[in-house]
Design a protein around this ligand. Structure first.
Ligand code: 8IG
Length: 304
């Protein structure tokens, strides 16, 4: 009888794959191992953040989505920058591509600290929901009590041209997944903390609010799917945020969600945007969103 030999996958270094470890997973079990407790993994990540930043606790976490990349700079001085790959659970040192960083930022002169994530893991990457929400759980383990989730998205309303920031009032999670494991029935009535939306409107009273619909992606919606999103009560379509918001509520964080409408969703606009319009909208938005975010974070820090 022929014997079946299972040859282990090999890494480009020549070592069998399961012996190749990077800093981020050297001493820690993988999130994709079902026997790993994701909250213990978050504690391990928070411990590395404490060591690398020299502070015991952070206060406000921020996730910068597409279109929001530069907007963290006005919050305050960056006091530490950490490669994601140095923090357990945030991914292997990639063979290709860059890893992203997280920063510890002084919130003006309040004495409080923001933990600013420059990238997120999207559900469509196929790394599992635990990986998607690991940053949220790590923020909670690092002491944060509020998280600001930002994203770039498609808009369903004609009155929101590209470059319009919109507060997320509620979401519809069309991924058919949850970050919560087991019989743990988290209440999502006020998943996006109403008081934080009110706070944002004290800074900019023209801010509108809407319902964010998370699709799995990575493809954009068809016009029919966009119409469906509208019929079921959606105003914004995107590929992130709602799974993170659910995990945040499970961890007891207050959540502020802000979407930047970067394009009309498929089939919404009769006239395609010119490239020039897109660039101008992006530049105007970066300025407005940067100032908005800085003011919001400092108001959150002052709120206690
Ligand atoms: I930027 O139109 C951005 N992200 N699902 N649809 C979805 N995600 C987006 C879109 C969009 N625009």
């Amino acid at each position: 009888m022929p014997r079946i030999r299972l040859t282990p996958k090999t890494h480009p270094t020549g070592f069998p794959m399961d012996t190749v470890r990077t800093v981020s997973d050297a001493a820690y079990p993988s999130l994709s191992d079902p026997t790993t407790d994701p909250f213990e993994a978050a504690e391990a990540a928070a411990e590395v953040i404490r060591e690398r930043t020299g502070v015991q606790s952070h206060d406000v976490a921020l996730v910068l989505g597409s279109g929001w990349g530069q907007t963290g700079d006005l919050i305050g001085e960056t006091l530490a920058t950490i490669d994601n790959t140095d923090v357990p659970g945030f991914g292997r040192a990639a063979v290709v591509g860059h890893s992203g960083t997280m920063r510890s930022v002084a919130i003006g002169d309040t004495g409080k600290r923001a933990l600013v994530y420059g990238t997120r893991t999207h559900f469509y990457e196929g790394k599992g929901v635990r990986a998607v929400v690991h940053g949220v759980r790590t923020a909670a383990a690092a002491g944060c009590t509020t998280i600001v989730l930002t994203n770039g998205c498609g808009g369903l309303r004609e009155e929101w041209p590209p470059g319009t920031p919109v507060l997320i009032r509620d979401h519809i999670n069309l991924t058919a997944h949850s970050p919560i494991e087991g019989a743990n029935f988290v209440d999502l009535t006020d998943v996006y903390t109403p008081a934080l939306r009110d706070l944002a409107r004290t800074i900019d009273d023209t801010l509108d609010e809407g319902v964010y619909v998370q699709f799995r992606g990575p493809h954009y919606e068809t016009p029919a799917e966009v119409q469906m999103a509208k019929v079921i009560g959606g105003d914004l379509v995107g590929m992130s945020t709602s799974l993170e918001a659910i995990a945040a509520r499970q961890s007891g964080l207050d959540v502020l969600g802000i979407s930047l409408v970067t394009n009309p969703a498929a089939g919404i606009s009769k006239t395609p945007l010119s490239h020039q319009e897109v660039i101008e909208a992006g530049q105007a938005a970066a300025d407005r969103c940067g100032r908005l975010l800085a003011a919001v974070v400092s108001a959150i820090a002052a709120r206690g």
